[in-house]
Write a protein that binds this ligand. Sequence first.
Ligand code: PHE
Length: 338
Amino acid sequence: MSFKERVRKIKEDAEKFALLTREDLENYRIKFLVKKSEMMELFNIIKDIAPEDRKETGRLLNEVKKAIEEKYKSQHEVFNHKPQDKKNSQDLTLPPFYANKGSRHPIAIIKNKIIEIFSKIGFIIEEGPEIEDDWHNFSALNFPDNHPARDMQDTFFINMEDQLALRTHTSSVQIRTMQSQQPPIRILAPGRVYRNEAVSARANCFFHQIEGLYIDEKVSFADLKQTLFYFVKEMYGDDIEVRFRPSYFPFTEPSAEMDINCTICRGKGCNVCKHTGWLEILGCGMVHPNVLKNCGIDPERYSGFAFGMGIERQSMLLNGVNDLRTFFENDTRFLRQF
Ligand code: PHE
């Protein structure tokens, strides 16, 4: 093969050489551009060409070398492209990148909403331990020993000797507050509570409550009603109707449960309200004089009301969630919806 033919052959090979990967590019460099490559060797022997042909052959060789280098350079740039100008380097045709941001848990959202509503009328937050003794969880709240009312809330005892248990309601926080403060008292006690219940769509072994307590001189059932009317309207809307049903709690007398119009069918009757048109949302009542006495507050001078509600239940009614368990599964497809 003559010198010229060799140059043309190299040219052809280089043109055909596909540069699809970085590895291709490196092989290309080794084949055509390193010192020992055939093309570079041609540069060494060009001096042996007859002087009259040397000029033209040299030009041809230089052209081929340039083309080979260009091809290498441009593909090298493609592989190693680093945007210099950030503004112009965005590819607006790419699908959007969704960052997995965290968000408030639905329970926290509802809890904050309830706190906001009551804080406008002067309620402040009190908290207490999740592990309680029998006295704060039951006895001080007027649950007599061996009284069946203790069965209303199946208890997880953790130490029978000292009668330590996971609190079954945040009413224990009411006791702790009344023990350490004198009226006027206006508190909200949000927190996690535990009950030994079979887990189902409607019940779980733990859930969240928010309880309220208001103690002062001359607090009446009318105050209780007005406070809860105000709450319901802020929470569920102006057009919601309310009814009170007589009920029983050892720590309140009289006691009631409060229902609202079914938020799904607005009172017409549906599966959620079991065709009654009403949904129970909380328990309430006037604080039993024994409870005040147990905490060192004079029941002759002071009276008060208390109420308690499940936070999950409020979220289920407001947001149409039909299974309590979904709040605790941490499935982001569920959580993302709030
Ligand atoms: N502690 C009650 C419960 O957990 C709720 C309640 C609170 C009822 C305050 C009346 C007054 O079921």
